[in-house]
Design a protein around this ligand. Structure first.
Ligand SMILES: Nc1ncnc2c1ncn2[C@@H]1O[C@H](COP(=O)(O)OP(=O)(O)OP(=O)(O)O)[C@@H](O)[C@H]1O
Length: 224
């Protein structure tokens, strides 16, 4: 199975790109979604967070859900608290993503998209054959974020500056998608990429190699 890593800047269009893949029937492992799933009330991660950060970060009027905005504000300028938060959530996120990955591996899907904003920061890109970075000009990124999230310009700019420079991500990517045009143009670009991937032999070659490795294990086990 070929794993395609999808990343980019904040609000540069990753979700829009992944929705085109999804509509084409390609399974998506969405790191943002997983990060939300592991902190739903009742999970062990939720309980650890509540114990560590206190009740004020949970909305008991709405089922006790985590107040992500409030916690986000706390950790934005507090590296120590951010480290604690990551120490609690990251193992759970990694485990959940691994489970999803293994499930898809068994189903024999041709390729999957691994949608994660921090693909390069986390170092996962080293393990992934094909990486896609979607980008747009800084001003467009700020405007789209302000409009979508209803936040002031300074906050949008701060969120962009908190991430790895988009030029660095573009340099490391296998495929770069320019999203300075309109949404229909973006969708067309993604469809072209999907067409090329559908024709690619890479997943087939990976599958054969995987089959050889799987067959070799019992062979050597019984032989020696
Ligand atoms: N080409 C485009 N023209 C106009 N608006 C766009 C375009 N592409 C995306 N948008 C809009 O910009 C916003 C951000 O897009 P999207 O949510 O896909 O980005 P994202 O990279 O997934 O964001 P995040 O980093 O927050 O996960 C959305 O409101 C989306 O509708």
């Amino acid at each position: 199975m070929l794993v395609v890593g999808l990343s980019g800047g904040v609000a540069t269009g990753k979700s829009t790109v992944s929705s085109v893949f999804r509509a084409h029937g390609v399974p998506i492992i969405d790191a943002d979604l997983v990060a939300r799933q592991v902190v739903v009330p009742g999970t062990s991660t939720y309980k650890s967070l509540r114990k560590e950060f206190g009740d004020e970060y949970f909305d008991d009027e709405h089922g006790g859900v985590l107040r992500r905005d409030k916690l986000g504000q706390l950790i934005f300028n507090n590296p120590e608290k951010r480290k604690i938060l990551n120490g609690i959530t990251h193992p759970a996120i990694r485990w959940e993503m691994l489970k999803q990955f293994l499930t898809l591996l068994i189903t024999g899907t041709k390729y999957i998209v691994f949608d994660t904003p921090l693909l390069f920061e986390s170092g996962y890109d080293k393990w992934i054959g094909t990486t896609i970075v979607v980008w747009c000009d800084f001003q467009k990124e700020v405007d789209r974020m302000m409009k979508r999230d209803n936040i002031p310009k300074a906050d949008a700019e701060a969120r962009i500056h908190a991430q790895m420079d988009i030029e660095e991500k573009k340099k490391r990517a296998t495929i770069v998608i320019d999203n300075n045009g309109n949404i229909d143009e973006l969708r067309e670009k993604v469809k072209e990429i999907i067409t090329k991937m559908d024709k690619s032999w890479k997943p087939f070659i990976f599958r054969v190699l995987f089959g050889v490795v799987i067959a070799a294990v019992p062979y050597y086990f019984f032989k020696y």
